[in-house]
Design a protein around this ligand. Structure first.
Ligand SMILES: Cc1cc2nc3c(=O)[nH]c(=O)nc-3n(C[C@H](O)[C@H](O)[C@H](O)COP(=O)(O)O)c2cc1C
Length: 168
């Protein structure tokens, strides 16, 4: 897919069908995360790729935003390992770039997706035994939207360039 089409076609999906994603496609999406840039190239990342019934059941305990997605990536950043400038750690930035790479590759491969921030970190942590130094930063829900999936009207509501850019 043309890059411009990928960034314009990507849209938050809130109704996934039961159709599974094949393993090769899942791995291509993960690979896009693997090659993402991170501060000082530290790569302080761990991704839990969840697709088993048991794993999805655990996701549902932690978030009401799975929307029936058959695959969920829990993208975590290692707060201790990540580059630090004083008190500031880049783990959120690093893991968000990784998640963005994967979201765009998913769209490129015609896999629908949504980034989810609404989750209970404590439940996620205990259900998946996430080590203390790894902070879950985002959930990526992945799958194929249903035919009657509602169009996300927010998708077309963007500020104008003049609202967000100051040419200096
Ligand atoms: C950081 C971030 C957190 C989000 N968290 C949630 C969420 O918890 N639940 C949800 O339904 N959508 C969530 N979304 C989806 C946004 O609401 C959606 O991306 C936004 O409305 C723009 O629509 P679009 O993605 O279709 O362009 C999140 C998106 C981002 C980037």
């Amino acid at each position: 897919m043309e890059f411009d089409k990928v960034i314009r076609d990507r849209m938050a999906t809130r109704k996934f069908s039961d159709k599974k994603i094949d393993e090769d496609t899942i791995n291509k999406i993960l690979e896009a995360g693997r090659i993402a840039p991170t501060a000082k190239n530290i790569q302080p990342i761990k991704i839990y790729a969840v697709s088993s019934d048991e794993g999805l059941f655990k996701i549902d305990k932690a978030s009401r935003c799975r929307y029936n997605a058959p695959v969920v990536f829990i993208v975590c950043g290692n707060i201790e390992e990540a580059f630090k400038r004083g008190e500031h750690s880049t783990y959120i930035i690093d893991s968000s770039i990784v998640a963005t790479h994967m979201m765009l590759e998913a769209t490129n491969l015609s896999v629908d997706n949504i980034w989810v921030d609404l989750f209970d970190e404590g439940i996620l942590r205990s259900e998946f035994n996430i080590p203390k130094s790894y902070i879950p930063v985002s959930l990526l829900m992945l799958g194929y939207k249903t035919d009657d999936c509602p169009y996300n009207i927010m998708h077309d509501k963007r500020k104008e360039l003049s609202d967000i850019v100051e040419y200096v």
